[in-house]
Design a protein around this ligand. Structure first.
Ligand code: ASP
Ligand code: MG
Length: 605
């Protein structure tokens, strides 16, 4: 006998027939000997309809009244489902978020859950009742009992948080698709169902998976070790299991707010190889990393930055023992790649640096919280640590620094994020992939990003802190961050370029903000490019497997797609390409990793 939380999305409860079908499924689960808590969304497109009503009255409605309005959608569906259950003889009771005691902060329209009372729920479960809870809503406990909502798509979050608070055996997310797919089936008809994926992989695929499973729900599942399954409510197919490491010890207080970062890691056994001034044309990264892979050399971080003119820099890190080998490949290949130097004095150059260390912060709480990365850069700046390379992903920020600064950096980061145990890279694995996990689990395309490049940023401690602190203060989330390898000396000051991506919506405001601060902060122009696309491959199985990056770059090269930027984390590789080639890039990469299936998955429009 298990305790199961089931969540049904809007389409699954979109009509009376469907509500009755859901009641049957819930009843069947109870008959099989389980206790069930059900979380439901509003029927069909109810919430959209309510948003529209508000817009017809006010261009800028009060956020408090929006929550009062939007929370009504779920109140309809819980009552109806509860009646449908009672009608087929299953004792049931519906409850709003406030009645359960889903306590949130007071941020209307985007509240985070602080804690969940479980007493009343447990009592009802003991009485053999199914509890039908309104998703997406909560209540403040500041005495005023204000109704809040968690933000659009928030009922996934309600469900997983309830599962964590009740220590349920697992949480089932019922939706109108069969599970998580290897990529977007509207762009790649050969996309197929993934049987199993880890929470970390799922978070890295946020832009792909978000339509099916809200990233905040995955964060909670990861932090509290709640196993999740995403399944279709029309069939009995097993769906996709989203697995989490066992974390049952974590405190349930400040459930969604505590500890956005839960690990600090370092690795002093790395060295860096940088390739400066190589031609900016398709096939270069493929050629080089293909050569590296053919020698079985495993690279860790890869970063490619853009430059004015038509040359690029690529830098990567490898474990020290294989540095000599990597350097030899780089030196041998440089003249081949650059047979036509773009200008006199612009020849390619290979630069090797041994005395480096990588420090990283990791945690599920960074998505949508721009202050987290900024806090890392500020802590390093305060300790006078200069950052040489930055690489970011959804669940991790890594900085390459001088190895002499490593102890100091780890100490200040642990203090800043209140982490008491620090691991050195060599004895951890972020997600232990099962032995048969494929190197690449899924491929995502993000067409909504824009790229900003800041030219000639002074190369000294504190500049990254300044830039990303400014952006964080204005609530701009940054995605990929890349600091160039090349140094330009301007008026005696060494400078580098820093490029990063933000959502297109934020791009112009971010550009303006940075431009306004250019003179006081010492950097030059800020260049914006809206016509970009980001393609990413994600898979825990790529850990320690040489050649995965090379294969991705090769697929792009074969189709003459130029790579503008590259960043990697342990389980993800992202490339920025021209917007017009985004979809093709997605298709050829998906095919290159053999992810295509022969069975076409039916997706409702
Ligand atoms: N009904 C809310 C929405 O449409 C919450 C949800 O469905 O998850 O955003
Ligand atoms: Mg949803």
């Amino acid at each position: 006998m298990a305790l199961i939380v089931q969540k049904y999305g809007g389409t699954s409860v979109g009509s009376v027939d469907r509500i009755q079908a859901v009641a049957q499924r819930v009843c069947k689960t109870v008959k099989a000997g389980n206790s069930v808590v059900v979380v439901v969304s509003a029927m069909g497109k109810t919430t959209d309809g309510l948003v529209k009503l508000a817009a017809d009255i006010s261009a800028n409605p009060s956020r408090r009244e929006m929550d009062m309005l939007l929370s009504t959608g779920e109140q309809v569906s819980i009552a109806l489902l509860s009646m449908a259950l009672q009608e087929i003889g299953q004792p049931a009771i519906s409850m709003t978020g406030a009645q359960v005691g889903i306590v949130t902060e007071g941020e209307y329209t985007r509240a985070r859950i602080l804690n969940i009372e479980t007493k009343r729920l447990e009592k009802c479960l003991q009485q053999g009742k199914v509890i039908v809870v309104a998703g997406f809503q909560g209540v403040t406990n500041t005495g005023e009992l204000e109704i809040t909502t968690l933000g659009r798509g928030g009922s996934d979050t309600s469900a997983v948080a309830l599962a964590a608070a009740l220590r349920a055996d697992f949480c089932e997310i019922y939706t109108d698709v069969p599970g998580i797919l290897t990529t977007d089936p509207r762009l790649v008809p050969e996309a197929q169902l993934i049987d199993e994926i880890t929470c970390d992989e799922m978070l890295e695929l946020a832009s792909l998976g978000a339509k099916v499973l809200h990233p905040r729900a995955v964060e909670i599942a990861r932090n509290y070790g709640v196993p999740l399954v995403v399944r279709s409510s029309w069939t009995d197919q097993p769906g996709t299991w989203v697995t989490a490491p066992d974390r049952s010890g974590r405190s349930l207080i400040n459930l969604e707010l505590a500890r956005p970062v839960d690990g600090v890691r370092f690795d002093t056994n790395q060295a860096r190889v940088a390739f400066l001034r190589i031609p900016d044309k398709p096939g270069i990264a493929a050629h080089f990393f293909g050569e590296i892979a053919s020698q079985d050399i495993d690279v860790d971080l890869i970063i490619q930055s853009i430059h004015k003119g038509n040359t690029n820099d690529i830098a990567f890190t490898v474990l020290k023992p294989i540095l000599k080998q990597a350097e030899a490949v780089a030196t041998a290949i440089a003249p081949v790649l650059c047979s036509h130097p773009s200008r006199e004095g612009e020849e390619a150059e290979v630069m090797v640096q041994q005395n480096i260390a990588k420090v990283s912060i990791a945690g599920a709480g960074m998505i949508g919280r721009p202050g987290v990365a900024a806090k890392m850069f500020i802590a390093l700046a305060d300790a006078e640590v200069n950052i040489q390379m930055i690489s970011t992903s959804e669940v991790k920020v890594s900085c390459v620094i001088d190895s002499a600064d490593c102890d100091k950096a780890v100490a200040v980061l642990s203090q800043a994020f209140e982490i008491d145990s620090v691991t050195s890279q060599s004895d951890i694995s972020i997600t232990s992939p099962s032995p048969d996990s494929p190197p690449v689990r899924g491929v995502a395309l993000d067409m909504k990003q824009a790229r900003l490049a800041i030219r000639h940023v002074p190369d000294r401690p504190g500049t990254a802190a300044r830039i990303f602190g400014l952006l964080a203060d204005h609530n701009v989330s940054v995605d990929m961050i890349i600091q160039s390898q090349r140094c330009h000396v301007i008026d005696g000051v060494p400078t580098r370029d820093i490029a990063f991506t933000v959502t297109g919506m934020d791009a112009e405001a971010a550009q303006k903000l940075l431009q306004q601060n250019a003179i006081t902060s010492g950097w030059r122009e800020v260049v914006l490019d809206n016509a970009i696309a980001k393609v990413s491959i994600v898979g825990a199985g790529m850990l320690g497997q040489p050649g995965v990056a090379a294969k991705m770059f090769e697929a792009l090269a074969q189709h003459n797609i130029n790579i503008q930027m590259i960043t990697t984390s342990e389980i993800k590789i992202s490339c920025v390409v021209n917007e017009s080639q985004g979809v093709q890039a997605l298709q050829v990469i998906h095919a290159a990793f053999g992810l295509a299936g022969s069975e076409q998955i039916q997706i409702p429009a």
